[in-house]
Write a protein that binds this ligand. Structure first.
Ligand SMILES: Cc1cc2nc3c(=O)[nH]c(=O)nc-3n(C[C@H](O)[C@H](O)[C@H](O)COP(=O)(O)O)c2cc1C
Length: 402
């Protein structure tokens, strides 16, 4: 099979995975309005390339969250990756390292963070979900620190799981309920059954270890869902600081006002994200608040953005609008599901190559040169940039205390 682009990997993943696993990977919340909006936002942005620029030497190198990055991307955190292949997080970490990118491991990973570190010497970040029993998060952070994870992403858009209609349709629950529909789904995907299914339901081993839970996905899923700390609030950033001495990014910021609050609470950065359209359906595309957020960000604060990145040119658009880099969500997972480690590597190689080509076609020789002047200033871009131009500089005293 030829994989000419991310969409080819997506199609191979769709065919390989049982419906329940495919809809877990791909599905958005409710009517998937936000998920579609994420893509549409990139498609509506046009470039304004500069020609006759010497692009014989181009550097895509940058730093993200204090880590070297060969191009402005991070392999983002995704839970339950063991649904797609064995040793999934180890494979993602290796693929990211080979591509020169950091890898962010989810709290809901199906490999131990210590095993992921053993598999890769690359830059590793920890994504944190916080349970009511704070000792669980404290223990995960301590383990991650010991394993030389450098940057923490606190995900804040998931006090509860979004309404995902496709779970009801495909019968996806944790633990899996062995209905005739599910059994048929699995039986009709024999390649997946032989490679993944025969080994049983992947476990949330990381969470289980810190929560002192045994094997058994039921208790683990409860810890991730019902026992999530829905009281988590801005005041808790101070608690986080006591347990994490590396950089802290707040992931799941969806308004400029909340980005300002994150900076006021001395977050090192924000990830503008609607969780790939899997949480609040109807939320804006992060791209819509990117330029405005960049205009109010204090010096040194970083802005990452995610949702709908499927081409190297999408990365260029995000950087041109003021992001330091992007998080890749589903794209590497398509590769992982389609072809394991090779597939994850293949997706990253494609995106890297597309980004390099895009830089040269835009007449940019470095990330610093990739600014808003490479975007056609009409329609959507004009309105985004004019919001940013009129943005008041961040005045911390005007922000209401929380
Ligand atoms: C299958 C799947 C699982 C995810 N699990 C997590 C998670 O455990 N923690 C988290 O912060 N974000 C999670 N996300 C959201 C991603 O980190 C990211 O925000 C999103 O996927 C970006 O959108 P994209 O998939 O369109 O690139 C998940 C996304 C997917 C697709």
């Amino acid at each position: 099979m030829v994989f000419a682009n991310v969409a080819d990997y997506r199609e191979a993943a769709r065919r390989y995975l049982p419906d329940f696993a495919w809809s877990y990977l791909e599905g958005g919340a409710e009517d998937a309005i936000t998920m579609r909006r994420n893509r549409a936002a990139y498609e509506s942005i046009a470039f304004a390339p500069k020609v006759l620029v010497d692009v014989s030497t181009v550097s895509t190198h940058t730093t993200l969250g204090g880590c070297e990055a060969a191009w402005p991307a991070v392999v983002g955190p995704t839970g339950l990756n063991g649904l797609y292949c064995r040793g999934a997080e180890e494979a993602l970490a290796r693929a990211a390292h080979a591509a020169g990118l950091p890898f962010a491991l989810s709290t809901a990973s199906t490999s131990l963070l210590e095993d992921v570190r053993a598999a890769s010497d690359g830059a590793l970040w920890l994504q944190l979900y916080v349970q009511q029993d704070r000792r669980i998060a404290e223990d995960i952070m301590a383990r991650a620190r010991a394993a030389r994870f450098s940057t923490l992403l606190l995900t804040v858009d998931t006090p509860v799981t979004g309404q995902r209609d496709h779970y009801a349709r495909t019968g996806f629950t944790l633990p899996l309920r062995w209905t005739p529909r599910l059994l048929w789904d699995i039986a009709t995907h024999p390649r997946w059954l032989a490679k993944v299914g025969v080994h049983g339901v992947p476990q949330l081993v990381n969470l289980a270890r810190s929560a002192r839970l045994g094997a058994g996905i039921e208790a683990q899923a409860a810890a991730l869902g019902r026992q999530m700390d829905t009281s988590l609030a801005w005041r808790d950033i101070a608690w986080l600081r006591r347990h994490w001495h590396g950089k802290i990014f707040i992931k799941g910021i969806q308004t400029v006002a909340d980005a300002a609050l994150a900076f006021r609470h001395e977050a090192d950065g924000v990830v503008l994200s609607n969780h790939g359209g899997r949480q609040l359906d109807g939320a804006l595309s992060p791209i819509d608040i990117l330029a405005h957020t960049a205009a109010i960000a204090p010096r040194g604060a970083e802005i990452l953005v995610d949702g709908g990145i499927r081409r190297g040119s999408d990365i260029a658009k995000a950087v041109a609008l003021g992001a330091q880099g992007v998080l890749l969500g589903r794209a590497p997972l398509y590769g992982l599901a389609a072809d394991g480690l090779d597939g994850a590597r293949g997706v990253l190689a494609l995106l890297c190559n597309e980004f390099d080509i895009c830089m040269r076609l835009l007449g940019c020789t470095s990330i610093a040169a990739l600014g808003a002047d490479r975007l056609a200033a009409h329609g959507r871009v004009l309105s985004l940039l004019s919001q940013a131009t009129h943005a008041a500089p961040l005045n911390v005293t005007t922000i209401a205390p929380t």
